[in-house]
Design a protein around this ligand. Sequence first.
Ligand code: SIN
Length: 316
Amino acid sequence: MQSRPALVVIVGTGGTIAGTSAQPERHVGYQAGVLGVDQLVAAVPALQGQALEAQTLARLDSCDMDHATWQALREAVARQLARPEVAGVVVTHGTDTLEETAYFLHRTLAAPKPVVLTAAMRPASAPSADGPQNLLDAVALARYPGARGVVAMLGGQVLGAVDLRKLHGYRVEAFSAGDAGPLALMEDGVLRSFRPWPAAPLHAADPSAGPVSAWPVVEIVTSHAGARAATLDALVAAGAAGLVIAGTGNGSVHHTLLAAAARAQGAGVRVVRASRCLQGGVVGTPAGALPSYGPLTPAQARVELMLDLLAAAPPA
Ligand code: SIN
């Protein structure tokens, strides 16, 4: 019988997990994305001697994540997954836009092997940094028999790319999978699995078909007290091909934005709504309501709408 490969490739993109601070006791005011992947691995004694390869793709604070890095990351991970000797890929990333990158990869990357995103809330220089354990768990998951798909490994929880939510801006336990709950728990290197691995069909769009500059412009507008139609009108005038309105509650939209959304639709712009609530998404579409992508967060809905528009009008 052919044995399962042991090699795990770690692709670094930056984030707090690779961050350092001049004042190690402080958890804010540090610089994200300073360290390369080799340095992250060197800080975890249990990873020494393991079959690992490291590639530092970017050193971003993930608040600055961009489409070009997404494209490069998707292609880099796809290349590694295609190598027979690779068991799985770990991506180190910032926590701030983790749910967007995870969702983008989940929808556009065939992942018959595990692609495990991990991150940290405390910089690598902190006395009780959370990155080393997350990295150790992520590597273990990447070579776990039967594991597959794009998932996140954080605080011992395996969270699906669709369910992943950053709920807290400071605490170490910042992430949740909301109503869905974790896919599995990593307990002392042993996986306790609750649900099957994610296997959603890939989106029809091919993000590699053209340059990222050809990706449709999709923006997010938040509905709030005193919302102004002029904000939405200005985005249409600036060339938005799609708009996500982060509505209140179950995706409700301020009447001023609804009027502007109707104008935008008349001009050929796709408009969807999502919910600005941290959990739950949008349930149902009453007659006349703007469409939604159900449970997706506004940031995930932006990715989905961008891919929908890309599939509808691929670059020439
Ligand atoms: C980032 O998202 O790159 C900074 C914040 C973090 O990783 O926690």
